[in-house]
Design a protein around this ligand. Structure first.
Ligand SMILES: Cc1cc2nc3c(=O)[nH]c(=O)nc-3n(C[C@H](O)[C@H](O)[C@H](O)COP(=O)(O)O)c2cc1C
Length: 407
């Protein structure tokens, strides 16, 4: 039986999140102290060697990203914490921020020291007003103690657009513009907020940093899967007995997540599929459940780890219907900036609606596959690129469900 390993959530339920002294007494801010006794390069190298990869979905090595901004020459640099958490079924960042906000501030301050930035922003989704309140109180306490030094942190609220979780759209939104993605390159570490070098990392990524600094990269690199070390917080939803969150080493398998931690399928029904990583995640059939949840293993089966959302579906679920609803979500959330996404998500939803209503033709399946393949290559940002994934993976693993619905 697999077991939880709580690294990011080590203080969960043990400290008062609104009392900075509790955090300090539990060992908090030792990581920042240690970082400040090291050179900036040494801090970045420690993070890089730990193997920590971004927990927001793209899985980029955090230390390597920091190095780009450290090397960039500029009068200002910024640290941005992505707390948009717009992915349906995902609430891990909320759990971290609600229960241990200082760990996020400490991670950001370490990043600020490492790259030479004096200003950080937390971009928090507008649907979390109480989290914004907690963060503001935590920042005020840290400032009062002078613990952040000359590093300042401000909270900015999003307004509910899914695309604003995409880092360049998020940057546009902080600048006060409409949230739509930028053309890349240049990437934010070189040219981000107000065209200055900017590190955007996820809440969970930052929350890992203090303990990595404190315990060292070797310790961290030894946990979980080699290519994606550490732990991952997963949020379980759907037809699973325990709808809960877990923090597990990254070498745990999908089957263990569903059966050991999730307690199996509700009402004694049979498993049909699981979608991991949020709405754009691929659908995984029973035959692939022994895959480990780490970023690369998931990629190898055409799925994603993404945000860590785990949406379990039992034998009674109509996957064509589920996929149609997802395609509607993407049509709604497309920002409209690029044609392949603006038009593609609309046509995809149209075809899915037809198929789901039993009015589709065999040709539609081919057209959907073609459209999905074009979108995944031609769309400007990850929203449009990943939007076809649920359709394409259900067609690959559950084609019979589509065939049964053809008119
Ligand atoms: C449509 C879309 C939505 C995204 N939403 C989020 C989000 O809510 N939170 C997040 O951390 N990353 C999100 N990302 C990923 C970010 O663009 C970026 O990769 C991430 O913030 C980088 O941090 P990390 O390296 O720590 O993962 C999203 C990406 C896309 C394409």
């Amino acid at each position: 039986m697999a077991e939880e390993v709580r690294i990011v959530l080590r203080n969960y339920g043990k400290i008062d999140p609104l009392n900075i002294d509790d955090y300090i007494n539990a060992g908090g801010y030792k990581g920042l102290e240690k970082a400040r006794s090291m050179s900036q390069e040494a801090v970045i190298e420690e993070v890089r060697k730990s193997g920590l990869r971004g927990r927001g979905g793209a899985g980029f090595n955090a230390g390597t990203k920091w190095k780009f901004s450290y090397r960039a020459v500029a009068d200002e640099k910024y640290v941005v914490c992505n707390a948009d958490e717009g992915e349906p079924g995902t609430y891990k960042d909320r759990i971290i921020m609600e229960n241990d906000p200082q760990s996020v501030l400490e991670g950001m301050a370490i990043c600020g020291y490492a790259i030479g930035s004096r200003k950080g922003y937390i971009y928090c989704r507008g649907e979390y007003p109480y989290v914004v309140d907690i963060l503001n109180q935590a920042i005020a306490q840290a400032k009062e103690k002078g613990i952040l030094g000359d590093f300042d942190i401000e909270v900015r609220m999003g307004a509910g657009a899914y695309v604003c979780g995409e880092e360049s759209a998020l940057i546009e939104s902080i600048e006060g513009h409409r949230g739509s993605p930028r053309f890349k390159p240049p990437y934010p570490p070189a040219e981000g907020l107000w065209q200055k070098p900017t590190i955007v990392n996820n809440v969970e990524t930052f929350a890992n940093i203090p303990i990595i600094m404190e315990k060292g990269s070797d310790w961290y690199a030894g946990i979980g899967a080699k290519s994606y070390p550490g732990t991952k917080i997963m949020t379980l939803t759907g037809d699973v007995v325990n709808r809960t969150f877990i923090e597990i080493p990254t070498d745990v398998t999908i089957r263990q997540v569903i059966y050991d931690f999730g307690g199996g399928i509700r009402e004694g029904k049979k498993f049909k599929a699981v979608q991991i990583g949020g709405t754009s995640g691929g659908f995984i059939p029973e035959s692939l459940l022994d895959t480990s949840i780490d970023f690369d293993s998931m990629g190898a089966i055409g799925a994603t780890l993404g945000s860590g959302a785990v949406f379990v579906m039992d034998e009674t679920r109509d996957l064509v219907d589920v996929t149609e609803r997802i395609s509607k979500f993407f049509e709604h959330e497309s920002c409209g900036k690029c044609a392949p996404c603006r038009e593609g998500t609309k046509r995809m939803h149209e075809m899915m609606t037809r198929l789901n209503a039993g009015q589709g033709k065999a040709d539609d399946l081919e057209q959907i596959e073609q459209l999905g393949s074009v979108m995944s290559r031609a769309c400007l940002c990850g929203l449009g690129q990943a939007a076809p994934s649920p359709v394409l993976t259900t067609l690959e693993h559950f084609r019979n469900e589509y065939m049964e619905k053809l008119g």
